[in-house]
Design a protein around this ligand. Sequence first.
Ligand code: PLP
Length: 414
Amino acid sequence: MSLVDTPAVKRLADWDGDRLERLATEYDTPLYVTDLDRIRENFARFESAFDFAHVMYAAKANTGQAVVRTLYDAGADIECAAAGELYRAIEAGVAPEDLQYTAVNPPDRDLDYAVDLWADTPELTVTAGASMTLDRLEERGFDGRLAIRVNPGIGTGHHEKVATGKDAKFGIPYEEVPELVESARERFEFVGLHAHVGSGVLSGDLDDHRRALQKVADLAARVGDLEFLDLGGGFGVPYRPDEPPLDIEAAAEMVREVTADVDATIALEPGRYLVADAGALLTRVNTIKETPETRVVGVDGGLTSLIRPAMFDSYHHIRNISGGDREPVTSSVGGPLCTSADVFCTDRPIPRSEAKDLLAIGNVGAYGINLASQFHSQPRPAEVAIDGEDERVTRRRETFEDLTRLENEAPGNR
Ligand SMILES: *Cc1c(COP(=O)(O)O)cnc(C)c1O
């Protein structure tokens, strides 16, 4: 089977339960498991559908070295939305000329870093979403490749917190773009327009997404003389087991139609689509409590391992690896933190859990491990990458010593 003809989604049920059980025993829990082969499949399928476009990986979805390197080796350039991401990508082995930097309210430190990088690597493109960012780049002597991020005034996606296309924080107000482009052409090597309008777009959202992208494409045709039009990421994955995957061929056809009159390279920056279903979070049950309403299932992972349910009300499917064929009972699965937000699911029918069972939480490859925190003095989880038969630890588990390390290094605590 070629990489392109692989299933549109890897469901939690498709993971090898025996292997997950063995990994949890060997490396302890909570544990992120990342399937690098699946990432390669997702990239190949995306690139084949969008064979007319330049595809970059938006690294913030999962900035792990193994992930960035896998996608870079597969042929993706890397889109970074922070200087720290540029730094990490370079550490992972990405050549600076294959990076793009999108500056959102960039701290001075980030602009200094990007401009230093550009001094050695004139291929670097910087995308600015505020006219003051152009001024701040110019002050630093930057006169290189510059793109302007457009705010089309329409957002799309699965949650208002990710519908960036109508959020005033992102991009230049639509009507002001042509004038700023004129100014940018005089001060920089102006190369393109950029828009990233939302996230989690599934087939049912394609019409909305088309409207937002059409507005941006119309503007690109109006502005003219562009090297590229970058339409961002936002391609979604199904989080629920019965939800159909995004029809990527239909999405590609939509982008092709929308950009038919644009005489420029079309660029895209998928994040979630490439990595989400390549990740599972393993967590072990430590406490069972029967209450009148629900079976409370206490696990060792919590919102500090995976914050998406608490932050975005996201659904993540849960599979009982130790007893998948047991009869379902209404359960609420939550972690060790003293906040009611620390739940992976509430009153959901899942196979009856017992103490010491291993649970797997699905679709955590995007916006999972990089949002982990030490809140409530929780050491962050480890990560194991699986690559065919091969497995290796790609992030070690934090220890209690890691919790106090930065304070112990600070002069004020000596
Ligand atoms: C987050 C982000 C992306 C990727 O978004 P996904 O929804 O993960 O595809 C692409 N471009 C920019 C500028 C971003 O900030």
